[in-house]
Design a protein around this ligand. Sequence first.
Ligand SMILES: [Zn+2]
Length: 293
Amino acid sequence: MPELPEVETVRRGLEPAMVGSRIVAVEQRRPDLRFPFPTGFAARLTGQEITSLGRRAKYLLADLSSGEVLVMNLGMTGRFLVAEGGRATAPGDFHRDAGAEQTHDHVVLRLSNGAMVTYNDARRFGFMDLVPRAEIETCRHFAGMGVEPLGNELSGETIARLFQGKRTPLKAALLDQRLIAGLGNIYVSEALFRARLHPEAPAGSLATPKAKPRAKAHVLAQVIREVLNEAVEAGGSTLRDFAQADGSLGYFQHRFRVYDREHEPCTAPGCRGTIRRLVQSGRSTFYCAACQR
Ligand SMILES: [Zn+2]
């Protein structure tokens, strides 16, 4: 499943092809993906200029000159293919697996700059929707969604405000999409490791009783952005090297500092601990009991 950094990489890959272009034709090849396409989907897109391409958590948001926003979610296996000037790329295609057969090409956008953007989704857990710009914050996709982890909104103060008084384990609080939106299992393990915080520590321990941030809250906010940004950078290099198509670069080849390293020595400088795995809410957490306290 694409994590937030992968979605951001897809956004960066699509942006130059899409933004500033007009959609001249839309091929919608089925009535639904995970959900039905909105009524008049192709007609509402055709003729519109794409004025910007943003992201919120794991959703892509293409602003249209009509005032509507094309909301796109990649689900489990969704991906975009961009063909322009005889060259084809698949931005953010970290996995580079098989299964991108054309039978799974569900939407094709032909743009005024000559580019062709194809949405391919083998398992069809992704979806597309059209929402008026003015209603984006309150629409069903984003109402109640937590703060964006990549960006200035996430600070030590924000973490203190969100976590104050919570006895929930830190790991669970960080995965709670109503608090912070779009953080996945891998990146939460990495961030807690870098911040030297135990995944089972109560979330409220990062805040004072008056909801002021303790030092650890500032550190955590910083390392969350750090791990996400590094992954986006890694995705960017995958994108640049796509032409090699040798499968040597990929999302899962990217070694994490703690994730999936059970029984290995801790990688923190000077630490002699061993990485352990514990299961929280049915999901693996990797941590070092020696330096994460
Ligand atoms: Zn350690």
